[in-house]
Ligand binder design. Structure first.
Ligand SMILES: Cc1cc2nc3c(=O)[nH]c(=O)nc-3n(C[C@H](O)[C@H](O)[C@H](O)COP(=O)(O)OP(=O)(O)OC[C@H]3O[C@@H](n4cnc5c(N)ncnc54)[C@H](O)[C@@H]3O)c2cc1C
Ligand code: FES
Ligand code: FES
Length: 493
């Protein structure tokens, strides 16, 4: 057991024994250390002003990821290298990304600039990225600037981020790797006492025992939901259990039958495997939050929070996924759709937690589509999310799994539409009508600030038609915004 958290900064190991259960990394930097280079804008993961970089070993390689320090707990940087905007310049010599931002006039008031600089720093250190405007705009979608305009910032990125790295972090990379290896011990962390603590078990058994003892504790994985309970809802959460140190819980296992996703695997870590299951799933992943949110946020967290507008559950339900849960009493597996009981209530007993998810691969006679409808293309919550898997034999739809988000109090299957589609001819749109009508009896959506009930229903029906049209090849050409947007971005580069 360790009663401290440890991380690396400026080549030195920092060890802290006073870490509050809800203390954010941003508060640690600004309030405790007085290092105000990292800014606070929205305090909810949207604007990127608070972006810092975390270096971690991924299969032995040193990888820097951008994270929003406003919603990341201080304890969650245990085992990582922390890099902030104050750490980049060497003896008054600016880092290459800082130099490029100055030379290309990428800053005016400067409030957003430290966040942009840190996102650019992680792009500068990224491997296997192609030098296109789209790469840069995707990377920077979680950083907002309200006065400079993005063109000079994107130009600075294009000019500097795709060259061979040559900075102090590269020069001391071997030493950093050794230090990070030293920090990766397998002890449980517990800072505080029985009434108020930040803890991070190192094993599943340790988690089961601790959570069994404190079923009122808050589990936190990436913190991109829980962080907002702290900064926006001002909730008192005295007992915090971080899942990020549990060995093997972040596994991503790709096999001929499907993909096993451990509950703490992030969107970034799973993107390649899910894209292998379906291009649409990969596109959905790329549209979740921002680079920062995807680097911290987990698929397990998206499911466990039970939100009716979480993006991954409808897609994963339509694909026929199975959820794994565990507690001191043992483990069990359930169909993902059965986890969502009603708004705000999931099939999870006290002391039980999600360990992972199995997503089966499509068979040769199955086709899958999913669509996220939101007001903005990037960094936005869905109004409606629709996902469709059809099994087709000799031109007939013999089975379908249709699931929606944003249409009910939970992510939900459209069972009447599924039945109505059974036996429909894939190539004959006149046989799809009953399923379109049946959707009206499947859902009674709400009107809220994102969309009206009428809009939601019309959109749900249109998405079913779109999926059928795309799969049958009866769509009038390319009806995807994403492909046009990519082409526009690359033309502009
Ligand atoms: C700026 C921003 C943009 C976002 N954009 C999107 C978006 O486009 N689409 C979308 O769907 N979501 C979005 N989100 C929401 C969020 O990123 C996702 O829901 C994410 O997947 C949550 O994962 P996490 O690991 O951060 O969860 P956490 O915040 O750590 O936890 C979320 C919930 O799950 C519980 N939990 C976590 N792990 C487990 C476990 N193993 N067992 C049991 N309970 C567990 C926690 O107790 C909590 O109730 C966004 C959030 C932000 C801040
Ligand atoms: S302050 Fe806006 S993302 Fe953190
Ligand atoms: S320079 Fe002012 S907000 Fe970006």
């Amino acid at each position: 057991m360790r009663d401290t958290i440890r991380f690396l900064r400026r080549g030195e190991i920092v060890e802290l024994d006073n870490v509050g259960p809800t203390e954010t990394l941003l508060d640690y930097l600004r309030l405790r250390l007085g290092q105000t280079g990292t800014k606070e804008g929205c305090g909810e993961g949207d604007c990127g002003a608070c972006t810092v970089a975390l270096g971690r070993l991924v299969k032995g390689r040193l990888v820097y990821q951008p994270v929003n320090s406003c919603i990341l707990l201080l304890g969650m940087i245990d085992g990582a290298e922390l890099v902030t905007v104050e750490d980049l310049a060497q003896d008054d010599r600016l880092h290459p990304v800082q130099r490029a931002m100055v030379d290309l006039h990428g800053s005016q008031c400067g409030f957003c600039t430290p966040g942009f600089i840190m996102s650019l720093f992680t792009l500068y250190h990224a491997e296997n990225v192609t030098q296109t405007r789209k790469t840069v705009t995707d990377w920077l979608a979680g950083n907002l600037c309200r006065c400079t305009g993005y063109r000079p910032i994107v130009d600075a990125a294009l000019e500097t981020c795709f060259q061979a790295t040559d900075d102090a972090f590269t020069w001391r990379a071997n030493e950093t790797r050794e230090q990070l290896q030293y920090l990766a011990d397998s002890r449980d962390i517990f800072v505080g006492d029985g009434d108020s603590f930040f803890s991070a078990p190192a094993t599943l058994d340790g988690l089961a025992a601790l959570y069994g003892q404190h079923p009122d504790a808050t589990l936190i994985a990436g913190g991109t939901d829980v962080g907002l309970w702290i900064t926006k809802h001002l909730r008192e959460l005295p007992k915090m259990i971080w899942l990020g140190r549990i060995e093997g819980l972040d596994r991503v296992e790709d096999s001929p039958s499907g993909v096993l996703i451990g509950s703490t695997a992030t969107y970034t870590a799973t993107e390649k495997a899910v894209t292998g299951l379906s291009e649409d799933l990969g596109e959905l992943w790329r549209r979740i939050g921002s680079k920062q949110v995807r680097a911290s946020g987990t698929v397990g967290g998206n499911i466990a929070n039970g939100s009716p507008i979480g993006d991954t559950p409808p897609a994963l339900i339509a694909l026929g996924s199975t959820l794994e849960l565990q507690s001191v009493e043992g483990s069990r597996a359930i169909a993902l759709e059965d986890f969502f009981l009603q708004y705000g209530r999931q099939d999870r007993k006290p002391g039980e937690f999600v360990t992972g998810l199995f997503v089966p691969r499509l068979s040769a006679n199955q086709a899958f589509r999913c669509y996220k409808i939101s007001k903005r293309f990037d960094q936005d919550i869905s109004s409606v999310m629709g996902a469709f898997r059809f099994t087709v034999e000799e031109g007939l739809i013999v089975a379908s799994r249709i699931a929606y988000g944003g249409m009910a109090g939970t992510p939900m299957r459209a069972s009447n539409a599924e039945k109505a589609l059974s036996g429909a001819e894939l190539d004959d749109p006149s046989t799809w009508g009953d399923a379109m009508k049946a959707l009206l009896s499947d859902f009674d959506p709400l009107t809220d600030m994102r969309a009206s009930a009428g809009y939601r229903m019309e959109t749900a029906r249109a998405l079913l038609a779109k999926a059928l049209m795309e799969i049958s090849g009866t769509a009038p050409g390319d009806i995807r915004i994403s492909s046009r947007r990519g082409a526009d971005n690359d033309r502009a580069a």
